[in-house]
Write a protein that binds this ligand. Structure first.
Ligand code: HEM
Length: 412
């Protein structure tokens, strides 16, 4: 038995034998899928890559099943990425050190538990009622314009802003500042100094808000977390980085994702017609949109192997860095038939758009809820909704982590 294991280990590639691929993470428009990811998924599902910033190389895992294994294997650590300049697409690490994304158990488990208590289904269900009212108002304002009007200006920009404002108890007058900070931090086009300065500002903002909430608590997530911090359940830096993570993700991802969902439906008219005819398909359609849309450029945070681990045909050595691409997993031909086709009523394996394992996205329910509310309100109130310009004229964001249209001019 031990001999078998040895032979097996010997037949696996290590980083010494693998070819290093340079991954420039170039700008992609619309729904274009990264060509390197597409190729590696089919030809070299565990590959060695180097990106523009950081040091050395890292493994990149692209298959659905391999990714599920890596992301649920405790031998891959996030905490070990702190202070380690793993090769990366941005000059700075977006997630703060000590932030939830860069912790391991027991710290990670403690933070997730705390959030599970406050950021729960009940809170999302309550928020849904308010979100519906916000969507009615915002879609009403859009439709009151002389077409064309921009969906991001009237609906997909302001909606997540107002929803997260309610969830976190951020006063409306401060939301503009948060949006400006988001623009700098979630981009790959700013210098390390610029993004560090903005990170310090946003952290200062939440420190002051935490102090205010202790004496003047509201019925919101941040007040509850501030109270938990005062009771010692989490540290001040943990509280601040949680708030920053939540706010940045909530502002950016929901806006980009919901705008791109509308673009995808409007550029697949036969699928849109089916959804209009069978509105009960909406939850399934949202899952397919999540699977099909390449939400981001490049990859998220890496993990570091704490011991030698076999993944696919590769032996990842202790200390090596590993990325997983959930985008690639969502296009795995072994899991999804004709993976590059958008098929609204597809009912196959769950998509991995929100990740997998212990670091599964905390905002998944909030995002799904907002997508459902935006799409159902638009479909109901604008039966002849269409792009006001040719699809190829839509301008797409450049130099950002999350992908999406700059603006989405609509007519109805
Ligand atoms: C389309 C929208 C979104 C997508 C596609 C998305 C995707 C993801 C992915 C792939 C991960 C990482 C999984 C991993 O590290 O293995 C993640 C983590 C996370 N997301 Fe999201 N997300 C979205 C929206 C949101 C929103 C709205 C929030 C907050 C309100 C949020 C908060 C977080 C947090 C805090 C984590 C870190 C969790 C942890 O490390 O335990 N996300 N998300």
């Amino acid at each position: 038995m031990s001999e078998d294991v040895r032979v097996d280990e010997l037949s696996r590639r290590t980083s010494a034998e693998a070819t290093e691929h340079f991954w420039p993470v170039e700008h992609l428009d619309a729904l274009e899928f990264d060509p390197l990811l597409h190729r590696l998924l089919r030809e070299e599902p565990v590959a060695l890559v180097r990106m523009r910033f950081g040091d050395g190389h890292a493994w990149l895992v692209t298959r659905y099943q391999d990714i599920k294994e890596v992301t649920s294997d405790p031998r891959f650590s996030r905490a070990l990425t702190v202070d380690r300049p793993v090769t990366s697409m941005t000059p700075h690490v977006v997630a703060p050190a000590g932030g939830i994304g860069r912790t391991d158990p027991p710290d990670h488990t403690r933070l997730r538990r705390l959030l599970a208590q406050t950021f729960n289904r009940k809170r999302i269900a309550l928020l849904k009622v308010e979100t519906e009212a916000i969507a009615e108002r915002l879609v009403g304002e859009l439709l009151a314009q002389e077409p064309p009007a921009d969906l991001t200006e009237y609906v997909t920009g302001p909606m997540p802003e107002q929803v997260i404002g309610k969830l976190l108890g951020v006063p409306e007058s401060d939301l503009g500042r948060l949006q400006a900070w988001r623009g700098v931090i979630l981009s790959s086009d700013h210098s390390l100094e610029e993004s560090n300065a903005v990170k310090a500002e946003i952290a200062g903002y939440f420190r002051a808000l935490a102090d205010r909430r202790l004496t003047d608590p509201g019925d919101d997530l941040f007040s509850e977390l501030s109270l938990a911090q005062a009771e010692g359940a989490l540290s001040r830096p943990e509280l601040i980085s949680l708030a920053v993570m939540i706010v940045l993700n909530a502002l950016d991802q929901v806006r980009q994702q919901c705008s791109t969902m509308v673009y995808t439906l409007l550029t697949h008219p036969e699928q849109l017609a089916r959804l209009r005819a069978e509105p009960e398909l909406l939850p399934t359609a949202i899952e397919e949109l999540l699977r099909f849309i390449p939400q981001r450029n490049g990859v998220g945070l890496p993990r570091i192997a704490t011991e030698d681990v076999e993944v696919g045909d590769v032996l990842i050595r202790a200390g090596e860095a590993v990325y997983v691409s959930y985008l690639a997993a969502n296009r795995d031909p072994e899991v999804f038939t004709e993976p590059d086709r958008f098929e609204l009523a597809r009912d196959e394996s769950p998509n991995l758009a929100f990740g997998h394992g212990a670091h599964y996205c905390l905002g998944a329910a909030l995002t799904r809820m907002q997508a459902e509310v935006i799409l159902s309100t638009l479909l109901r109130r604008a039966p002849d909704l269409r792009l006001a310009i040719a699809p190829e004229e839509v301008r797409w964001r450049r130099g950002s982590i999350n992908r999406g249209p700059e603006t989405l001019p609509l007519a109805w």
